[in-house]
Write a new protein. Structure first.
Length: 314
């Protein structure tokens, strides 16, 4: 058994899968960095990803365009997040309760919409996935090319967004305003920054990222929609944000860690290792708990984290 595991081909396949499987965790984590930097804890990521997955798949299937499917997932992910924005900003609801409720509702709505559009079929409809894009020259490099430069376009897009997210947060006025309303909303308000508008923008932006991740799952990874398509990745993305201490590059490393755990358990199951299947499926979630225990002690949350803001209160 060990001779099958510790082979060059196994390691290359494992690392390439890690890059790919980190994508649906990395994208929503990057979006939640915006949201949580603005002082909003959005636990609605799982539901938003599921909405994005069904919307992306339905649009791609009906139009025949994967790119329209991706845009559809992003758009409906943003719309679903708008409900969370209204509850947390306008209604000043408890963010944990609102996010948890929307998660449950989102899963039900996604399945209901899917059955309205496609009905109940013995063979579920599928779409042709995004093709693999071999980066010229780089994909030919031994080992490195196979691991990093032979993926579909959405995988490359996710890692590019790490640096785009960092630039927006740290190098633009928009990013500085988001951090300002998360640290001291009253001071930001006194400088003419609309706390409500910035928090809305951060939550909607997080929804776009999560919707894109859901569309990735249904159009570039599984090529279909199922009820359990997200399988806890939204919650893992939230934990990655805490693990990363709201830093995009650290979020990338956190997503890769969980991607590695998922890829490892899938590869070990394929090899028929003599360990209970349920124990192998637990591996990514056990890592989530361990990472949160370690990272939560050092995480520095925004000063106004989870605190609703009203100009009328002093």
């Amino acid at each position: 058994m060990l001779s099958n595991i510790f082979t060059f081909g196994f390691l290359i396949s494992l690392l390439a899968s890690t890059i790919r499987l980190a994508t649906p965790i990395l994208l929503p984590a990057l979006g939640q960095i915006f949201t949580q930097r603005a002082g909003i804890l959005n636990l609605n990521v799982e539901g938003t990803m599921t909405i994005g997955a069904v919307a992306g798949f339905a649009v791609a299937y009906k139009t025949g365009s994967l790119w329209l499917g991706l845009l559809g997932g992003m758009f409906f992910g943003m719309l679903w997040s708008a409900i969370m924005a209204w509850l947390s900003v306008n209604m000043r609801a408890n963010q944990v309760i609102a996010g948890t409720g929307l998660n449950i509702l989102g899963a039900g709505v996604a399945v209901y919409v899917y059955r309205i559009i496609f009905g109940i079929q013995s063979l579920p409809p599928q779409v042709t996935p995004f093709p693999t894009v071999n980066v010229p020259l780089l994909s030919k490099i031994p080992v490195i090319g196979q691991i990093f430069f032979q993926h579909n376009i959405l995988v490359y897009f996710a890692y590019i967004m790490v640096f785009v997210t960092w630039f927006i947060l740290d190098k633009t006025v928009f990013g500085l305003k988001i951090k300002a309303v998360g640290e001291n909303p009253r001071a930001a308000d006194s400088k003419g920054i609309s706390v409500a508008k910035m928090r809305y923008a951060a939550i909607l932006l997080g929804g776009v990222y999560a919707g894109a991740a859901g569309a990735f799952m249904s159009t570039a990874y599984m090529n279909m929609f199922t009820e359990a398509i997200v399988s806890g990745r939204g919650f893992i993305a939230v934990s990655v944000v805490i693990f990363a201490r709201f830093i995009p590059v650290r979020a990338m490393w956190g997503a890769l860690m969980f991607g590695f755990a998922t890829a490892l358990q899938m590869r070990l199951q394929a090899l028929g290792i003599n360990v209970a299947n349920q124990l192998m499926l637990m591996l990514p979630y056990v890592m989530t708990i361990i990472a949160l225990i370690i990272a939560s002690k050092k995480a520095e949350f925004p000063s106004a984290y989870c605190l609703p803001y009203s100009r009328m209160e002093r």
